[in-house]
Ligand binder design. Structure first.
Ligand code: C5P
Length: 213
């Protein structure tokens, strides 16, 4: 039977990750945070002392990338997020990571009946035939606050303003790049989580999925 695919795209800290995990748990689907692939490539370059702007080095890291490389690695930092969005603008890096994502969607690990992928280009490029697509958004202020609350335990000196600026820079780069820019697929449901609790956003997503699955 064909795998049921849920695509979740949208800007940083819009709630895609939390929603993606809840959806995957609820329906027994496999979950892939595709941002972790770009973060993994960025982490490798930073660890090797390479410049994240070096496309040849980034493409090599992307070709050699596997998920177990990021097991237990800290990929959630500001530096890694910024470098991830730089390598993500490189067509050779995106091409190297495409197959893995498509195989995950078509053939979810563990024999799951479906897969949830979250990222920026899932509904437009990676899985244009996804069964359900969401474009998850929230106001920049709310997103900055959510991300700041997550990051500040590890870095108490970090300000909400800095997080706001990081996200704005990353979103602008992700939306403006020529290859697979972050954009809402025509057939994606817009889900604005600005004023929604996680439970309410999850309930809204379930209503859409239950109408199709
Ligand atoms: O989702 P997350 O914020 O972890 O992603 C980190 C970066 O990876 C994003 O800013 C974006 O540049 C890139 N990305 C992408 N395409 C995806 C997922 C992430 O370009 N499908």
């Amino acid at each position: 039977r064909k795998s049921f695919v849920v695509a979740l795209d949208g800007p940083a800290a819009s709630g895609k990750g939390t929603l993606g995990r809840l959806i995957a748990d609820h329906y027994g689907f496999a979950y892939l945070d595709t941002g972790s692939l770009y973060r993994g490539v960025a982490r490798r370059l930073l660890d090797a002392g390479a410049d994240p702007g070096d496309e040849a080095a980034a493409a090599r890291a992307a070709k050699e990338f596997s998920l177990d490389q990021i097991d237990g690695r800290d990929i959630r930092t500001r530096e890694v997020g910024a470098a991830a969005s730089k390598v993500a603008a490189m067509p050779s890096v995106r091409a190297a990571l495409l197959d893995f994502q498509r195989r995950f969607a078509a053939n979810p690990p563990g024999g799951a009946r479906g897969a949830v992928l979250d990222g920026r280009d899932i509904g437009t490029v990676v899985c244009p035939e996804a069964d359900v697509k969401f474009f998850v958004v929230a106001s920049p202020e709310v997103r900055a606050r959510r991300r700041w609350l997550e990051l500040r335990a590890a870095r108490p000196s970090l300000t909400e303003r800095e997080v706001f600026e990081d996200l704005a820079e990353r979103d602008a780069r992700d939306a403006a790049r020529a290859d697979a820019p972050m954009t809402r697929a025509e057939d994606a449901e817009l889900l604005d989580t600005t004023h929604l609790t996680i439970e309410a956003a999850f309930a809204a997503a379930r209503r859409v999925i239950d109408g199709v699955f």
